[in-house]
Design a protein around this ligand. Structure first.
Ligand SMILES: Nc1nc2c(ncn2[C@@H]2O[C@H](COP(=O)(O)OP(=O)(O)OP(=O)(O)O)[C@@H](O)[C@H]2O)c(=O)[nH]1
Ligand SMILES: [Mg+2]
Length: 271
């Protein structure tokens, strides 16, 4: 008789946190029990974010602190590295300001666990009555940036700016995460990297939560920073396509050369 041992999928959650002492405990306490590991990345907060996270006294929670503020993108990469090094199969990201509904986590990680997608991304814009659940400027900005990101990266995506995501270990291994855009704009850069490598991205409808948190996003991020990242994504994509075309042409030429070259059918020792 053969005994098959099936090990459970290990789901980790990365929580980027910058000055979230007020909301971090509430965020961590709501993380579902099936999550095996939680990495809080305190990005040199000037408040007691790290202490508040440790005070939750949850054995799953590990707090990593950047000595200097490096940005939310860099914090997430630090979190991915720690989570995958601890053996996670799938790593989700939940912000430290309680804006992600833990009830949505299960359906977010599902396509990654089943192998249907390498990356799953929350889509708040398709949530019923999203327009009213989100502040008008956020909703409008997200609609526009979603469309621009879909064009620049060549990926079918609606809510490019949603930070509620899940990434597979194999996709993390395939991506140059050390080159990811460090600050706001990182989700657009990441989508570009995934699309370039033809890794499947799926969107999952999640509930938008806007309550008593404070946003670090400013208008100039939407007007200048994200568009700059999108130009970067687009130029990388064009370069990548060009390189492949040139490679394919060189290969075709080599093949033609081989086909037209005289073929020696007689082995040298019989000549
Ligand atoms: N580690 C780290 N986290 C950051 C930094 N800036 C923001 N964050 C965290 O990233 C998460 C999202 O940041 P927000 O500024 O709320 O942005 P958002 O939630 O995408 O945007 P809103 O829809 O406006 O709330 C929060 O948990 C922040 O604490 C940073 O410089 N470093
Ligand atoms: Mg927020």
């Amino acid at each position: 008789m053969t005994v098959q041992v099936v090990s459970p999928v290990r789901i980790a959650v990365v929580v980027p946190a910058f000055n979230e002492a007020r909301l971090i405990a509430r965020t961590l306490q709501a993380i579902p029990a099936y999550v095996s590991h939680v990495v809080v990345v305190d990005d040199a907060s000037s408040d007691a974010t790290a202490e508040a996270a440790r005070a939750v006294r949850d054995q799953r929670v590990e707090v990593v602190r950047h000595p200097e503020n490096r940005g939310v993108g860099a914090a997430i990469v630090t979190g991915y590295q720690a989570a995958f090094a601890r053996g996670a199969d799938v790593c989700a990201v939940m912000a430290g300001d309680g804006q992600m509904d833990p009830a949505d986590l299960r359906k977010l990680v599902a396509p990654v666990i089943t192998g249907q997608a390498s990356y799953a991304k929350g889509d708040r814009l398709s949530f019923p009555d999203a327009r009213r659940a989100m502040p008008l400027t956020r909703w409008l900005g997200n609609v526009v940036l979603g469309k621009l990101t879909a064009l620049a990266a060549g990926v079918k995506i609606r809510d490019s700016q949603c930070g509620y995501t899940a990434l597979s270990r194999s996709a993390a291994d395939a991506l140059p995460l050390d080159k990811l855009w460090n600050r706001y704009g990182y989700p657009n850069d990441l989508l570009g990297m995934l699309a370039e490598r033809k890794l499947v991205v799926s969107e999952v409808v999640v509930r938008p939560i806007y309550a008593d948190e404070e946003s670090g996003i400013k208008l100039w991020h939407a007007l200048f920073v994200v568009p700059f990242v999108l130009l970067r994504v687009l130029s990388r994509r064009l370069l990548y396509t060009l390189r492949w075309r040139m490679l394919a042409r060189t290969e075709r030429r080599t093949l033609r050369h081989v086909e037209t070259a005289p073929v020696h059918m007689v082995a040298p020792e019989f000549e």
